[in-house]
Structures are given as C-alpha cells and as structure tokens.
Design a binder for this molecule. Structure first.
Ligand code: PRP
Ligand code: URA
Length: 209
C-alpha cells in the first residue's frame, strides 16, 4: 500500500486557510497555490536519487552529490493542476512538463479525457502528477493510468486537499504511488465536492465562477 504524506507545516496550514476563505481573490488564490506548491515540492522531492561527482572548490578537489538521472517530469491534470507547476518549477527548474486534460462530468462525476501530451522516455524519469483536489479520486486514478500506459514507473501524486474517499480510491488503484497532500479533509458532499474544501479549484484559479 502507498504512503499518505500530510505536509502540514504551519506556513502551509496558514496559507491553505487563506485559500479556503470564500472571499479570497483569484489573484491571491493563485499566488498562495504557487507558494504552497513550492513548499510542498521540497518534501515531495526528498528522496530523489543522487550521484557522486568530483568537483574542485577554491580549497581542494572533493566528491559531492548532485541529482542523478534524466530530468523529472511534472504532470498537471488540466485545468487546475496548472496552478501548481510554477511552484514546482521554482525548486526544480529543469523539470519537463506533461499535460493531461480531464474534466469531471457534472452528472456522473466521472473523469472525461480530452488531452494527453507527455515527454519521451517516461520509464527512466521520476514523475509527479499534480492536481489541487483529490475528491472521488477518479481524475487522479485515470491520469496515473495514462502515465503508466506511456511507460511511467516512478510516480508520485501531489495535491492540496484530499478527501478520504479519494485517498482510498487512489491507494487501491495505484498502491505503488505515494500521495502528498497539504490537508486531509472530512468527506465529500452530494455533489462530490470536498468538505470543507475550498470550492472548485479550477474556477478559483482562472476566475470562471
Ligand atoms: C477538479 C480537480 C480535479 C478533479 C478532482 O477538476 O481539479 O481534477 O476535479 O475530482 P475527482 O477526484 O472526483 O476526480 P474539474 O473536473 O472540475 O476540471 P477543471 O480542473 O477543468 O476545473
Ligand atoms: N474538484 C474541485 O475543484 N473541488 C472539489 O471540492 C472537488 C472536485
């Protein structure tokens, strides 16, 4: 079974509380999401593989560590996942970006795929699939299945707010994928929105309420 990491650093909790408030503007919501994503990225990348390199300081030659392997890949689930890319890029500027377009059908709440463009050689890369909301888990489960179909093997999922239902669904479907979230909320409501949550993340990022 995968591990659920709740990254509840005080600064992240403070910023997330501001995001949850209904009167927070789109501009502030986007900026806060960006800041939290960068803070979370620090933990999500904690176990990246290292390689030893020999360098020369002004004092002597020495063996030190650098990140090993091919550039990692950030995979935002469109639309709302886009809001987390910049924060990750600030910590890992060389990361490549793959996009997966999914939206939840308003009646069935099931994800509908409309776009998929991923970098090559996925099997050799670390991948972080990102979406602010893990509600029923349908979108994350399908996005990660697509990444695996294209060869992805070392995958993590990073979100902002998770519901217990989504965590369960994702852990059952992809037991090899660790989940990183800033908060584990109470439950889903009858419309499959997270309670207390923060509303529709995509609408709040892009101002489409
Ligand atoms: C939201 C959110 C996730 C999905 C989560 O996207 O950004 O992708 O819902 O719900 P789930 O866990 O029940 O699948 P939405 O479908 O509203 O699309 P959008 O990002 O384009 O607004
Ligand atoms: N998608 C959102 O944007 N918010 C929720 O609470 C659930 C799904």
């Amino acid at each position: 079974m995968s591990t659920l990491h709740v990254i509840d650093h005080p600064m992240i909790q403070h910023k997330l509380t501001l995001m949850r408030k209904e009167d927070t503007s789109c501009k502030d919501f986007r900026e806060l999401l960006d800041e939290i994503s960068m803070l979370m990225a620090y933990e999500v990348t904690r176990d990246l593989p290292l390689m030893e390199v020999t360098i020369k300081t002004p004092i002597c030659e020495t063996k030190q560590n650098m990140i090993a392997g091919k550039a990692l890949v950030i995979v935002p689930i469109l639309r709302a996942g886009i809001g987390m890319v910049n924060g990750l890029h600030r910590l890992v500027p060389a990361a490549k970006v793959g996009h997966i377009g999914l939206y939840r059908d308003p009646e069935t709440h099931k994800p509908v795929e409309y776009y998929c463009k991923l970098p090559s050689q996925l099997e050799e890369r670390e991948l972080i699939v990102v979406d602010p909301m893990l509600a029923t888990g349908g979108s994350a489960v399908d996005a990660i299945s697509l990444v695996k179909q294209r060869g992805g093997k070392r995958i993590k999922f990073m979100c902002l707010v998770a519901a217990p239902e989504g965590v369960k669904a994702l852990q059952e479907a992809h037991p090899d994928v660790d989940i990183f979230t800033a908060a584990l909320d109470e439950k889903l409501n009858d419309h499959a929105y997270i309670v207390p949550g923060l509303g529709d993340a995509g609408d709040r990022i892009f101002g489409t309420m």
